[in-house]
Design a protein around this ligand. Structure first.
Ligand SMILES: NC(=O)c1ccc[n+]([C@@H]2O[C@H](COP(=O)([O-])OP(=O)(O)OC[C@H]3O[C@@H](n4cnc5c(N)ncnc54)[C@H](O)[C@@H]3O)[C@@H](O)[C@H]2O)c1
Length: 331
């Protein structure tokens, strides 16, 4: 029976893994450990699925090859933890899951856009302090009268655009490679125009040299003082120090950040005792009343988890059966 090892497995993934094993009549061994610490489990397996942000140790590729493995599948979209060149040199095909559920992140961004438009973060803080008053600058904007700017109108940004359009919002888009299939849904404009007109700006670019530091002091200065920012893309797309300054100066009203610089040691971690002293910028964001922080969970839904498991295992079986995976990383 085909035997596959899955590392860094969380409890919430187990039902999907068990279903897959049963449906495909294979054995799947799981461990919560990183592959770095689970190499001893690879001696008699046929396939491997990993999930981690830290880089794989350099000596791991030769060890996997020596144990007869033919592939490494990561059940994430990002694959920068794998040295694909070294993997290929050791006869290992690398696959990822580029799109497990664009809707998961799009729905999350929609929720945060609504929270910013409805000033919910302010009412949450007030009510937590027994302050039930209304303030005149807390009057909200109904979404069908709002203008939402999406930067990066790809899989997730495009899905969000359709959701917003269905709710009657005016949707502006900025993309270095504008799509032609969203006519009547998105009005593509220059970045500066989008920043000036939007009530909320939502970031959905991939991280690349052109998108690193896409929003800095210069861009925040263009935005409305009442505007909100949603970042569920990647932390370094925003210059965090400039964002903190803009929020404190009232250049923009609020930010909802699911991804932020410094999240690598914070997201998914228990910081109740340690606190955030080692991540001063994150600590500052965390202390601000007009910032909603979440620990990189926009993707964390029923369908996305199911698809990450199913698609990555489909890739393993394809390769073991001598077929091509559509998700093979080619250098
Ligand atoms: N928070 C989460 O849980 C979570 C989960 C999945 C993906 N993501 C992130 O969401 C982002 C979008 O993912 P996707 O699958 O939609 O990607 P995608 O590749 O389909 O879309 C990205 C879009 O951004 C555009 N783009 C790239 N650089 C740009 C720039 N400098 N200016 C303007 N546009 C630019 C591209 O042309 C493309 O249309 C990625 O950063 C990904 O890491 C976050």
């Amino acid at each position: 029976m085909t035997k596959i090892l899955m590392t860094s497995v969380r409890d919430d993934e187990q039902p999907a893994i068990k279903n897959y094993a049963k449906k495909n009549n294979i054995e799947i061994i799981t461990t919560p450990k990183l592959i770095d610490d689970a190499i001893d489990l690879t001696t008699d397996i046929d396939g491997l699925v990993i999930q981690q942000r830290s880089k794989l140790p350099d000596d791991i590729y030769a060890k996997l090859h020596a144990n007869g493995l033919k592939q490494i599948a990561t059940r994430t979209a990002g694959f920068d933890m794998v040295d694909v060149k070294q993997a290929n040199a050791n006869g290992l095909t690398v696959t990822n899951v580029p799109a497990y559920s664009p809707r998961s992140v799009a729905e999350f961004a929609l929720m945060q856009i609504l929270r910013l438009l409805r000033n919910s973060y302010r009412f949450d803080h007030q009510v937590a302090n027994n302050d039930f008053r209304w303030f005149s600058d807390e009057q909200s904007i109904e979404i069908h009268t709002a203008t939402i700017g999406i930067i990066g109108v790809g899989r997730i940004g495009g899905t969000l655009a359709k959701l917003l359009n269905a709710l009657g919002a005016t949707v502006l888009g900025y993309d270095t490679n504008p799509r032609t299939d969203l006519e009547g849904v998105v009005e593509f404009v220059a970045k500066e125009e989008l920043l000036k007109r939007a009530d909320v700006v939502s970031l959905h670019v991939d991280l690349n040299p052109t998108s690193k530091g896409l929003l800095t002091a210069k861009e925040f200065a263009l935005m409305k003082p009442t505007a909100g920012l949603v970042n569920a893309s990647r932390g370094p797309v925003v210059n965090t120090a400039d964002l903190v300054t803009a929020l404190k100066a009232g250049e923009i009203a609020a930010a909802a950040l699911d991804t932020f610089e410094g999240e690598e040691t914070v997201a998914a971690a228990d910081r109740r005792e340690k606190g955030l002293d080692d991540q001063p910028l994150v600590k500052e964001l965390h202390a601000m009343d007009n910032v909603i922080l979440t620990p990189h969970i926009a993707f964390f839904t029923n369908l996305a988890v199911q698809n990450m498991v199913d698609f990555s295992l489909d890739d393993v079986l394809a390769i073991l059966n001598g077929k091509q995976s559509p998700h093979e990383i080619k250098l």
